[in-house]
Design a protein around this ligand. Structure first.
Ligand SMILES: [Cu+2]
Length: 398
């Protein structure tokens, strides 16, 4: 997938390292990628997660397995933060202080710096990206593809995978092309968008696009195992729309990871901007219909470890989507700056100017803002159990 020529370059820790932190001693060193020294393998994740040893949490429920590990003194079989949310039935640990003994960890690897207090450590929120995951690992999802002809013809394989979505957390997923969320699609309003879906699994699946199209191409009819179907739609309206599997039981097929983003550009192109896609997901680790982990673009804690760098003062356009299953709403909240909200991205003038936008399931918005001052700007859902359990990140204005 080609990089958007307007997109910001991949997050470079060297650039981010220079961003001042508000707390002395809470600096941003190297951290992150050093902790694996190239030793990133799934086997390592599984070992770290206690597979074959102790911690298999919940066994296999609805085709999903989950495991957690013992890190920093937190007991195995727990995910999350102090306090309870919902009635998930898990015992939640206290704030996890990242320490040198963490598997694959290096001393002070929290945001590459050394947490000076429990409070600052808590901003790591106990959820780290998988050990050894490169800072560039999510580039193809973080930055939308260029709007070129090749981006309007897609062939997806629906495949089942087993994926580390955070340090010590491996889940079984159903995916479009191996990642959850799936690849970002892009077209201009009125373009012919052609998406071929090959079902390489043993279950029925399909691909339903939000937006406007012929009902013949709506994607609710199942594609049986081994079959394929090509959806052809005239892209529209201009905006940002999710696509997702629409095979019963819907909640399961979405919760397992079958969704992605479609950006439809207006015929008159929008102002050039540094563009970012942030798809919020929830993960029910033990099959009880309650999410225990939350991710932006599929990886818990990724953007706390690897802030999204944008140039000071330049236009940033963020496409935010809520695909969290089992919960009515999720919001997106930006610290230290406000933004224009274009709900669904369909209006040319902003619907609102705020710092928090709330979305029901399947809802999405296009946000535009500039970060006028060098520094870190936190973002997270204002549903704080989500922020506390993996959905947290930073923009670093450099
Ligand atoms: Cu499905």
């Amino acid at each position: 997938m080609a990089a958007d020529s307007d997109a910001i370059p991949p997050g470079e820790s060297s650039a981010v390292d220079d961003v001042p932190s508000e707390r002395a001693g809470d600096d941003t060193g190297t951290g992150g990628d050093d902790d694996a020294a190239g030793g990133s393998t799934r086997r390592r994740f599984l070992r770290g997660a206690g597979f074959g040893a102790v911690a298999l949490l919940g066994g296999s429920v609805a085709g999903r397995t989950a495991a957690t590990t013992s890190i920093g003194g937190v007991a195995a079989g727990t995910v999350g933060q102090t306090g309870a949310h919902g009635d998930h039935g898990l015992t939640l640990p206290g704030p996890r202080i990242y320490d040198a003994a963490a598997p694959g960890g290096t001393p002070g690897a929290w945001l590459g710096g050394t947490p000076t207090t429990a409070a600052s450590a808590a901003y790591g929120h106990g959820i780290q990206p998988p050990v050894g995951m490169a800072s560039t690992a999510l580039d193809a999802l973080t930055h939308p593809p260029a709007n070129i002809a090749a981006a309007r013809r897609h062939e997806f394989d629906v495949v089942e995978t087993s994926t580390a979505i955070a340090e010590g957390v491996v889940v079984d997923q159903w995916t479009y092309d191996g990642t959850a969320p799936g690849p970002t699609l892009r077209a201009t309003e009125g373009d012919l968008l052609r998406v071929t879906v090959r079902n390489r699994t043993a279950h029925d699946h399909n691909l339903h696009l939000h937006g406007r199209h012929s009902p013949q191409m709506d994607g609710w009819e199942p594609i049986p195992p081994g079959d394929s179907f090509t959806y052809e739609i005239e892209a529209g309206p201009a905006g940002v729309h999710p696509y997702h599997c629409h095979t019963p039981p819907l909640a399961q097929h979405i919760a397992m990871g079958l969704y992605g983003t479609l950006i439809v550009d207006p015929p008159t192109p929008r102002e050039p901007a540094h563009e970012v896609v942030l798809m919020l997901s929830g993960w029910d680790l033990d099959g009880d219909g309650v999410n225990e982990l939350y991710t932006y673009n599929g990886i818990g804690g990724f953007y706390t470890r690897h802030p999204i760098t944008v140039p000071v003062g330049e236009l940033v356009r963020v496409y935010v989507l809520n695909m969290v299953e089992y919960e009515a709403v999720a919001s997106f909240h930006l610290h230290a700056q406000t933004f224009d909200v274009h709900r669904t991205g369909t209006s040319t003038s902003p619907d609102e100017h705020t710092d928090t936008v709330t979305m029901g399931q399947g809802e999405r918005a296009m946000l535009e803002f500039r970060l006028p001052e060098r520094g870190r700007y936190m973002f997270h859902p204002h549903q704080h159990h989500m922020a506390d359990a993996g959905a947290m990140g930073w923009f670093a204005a450099v």
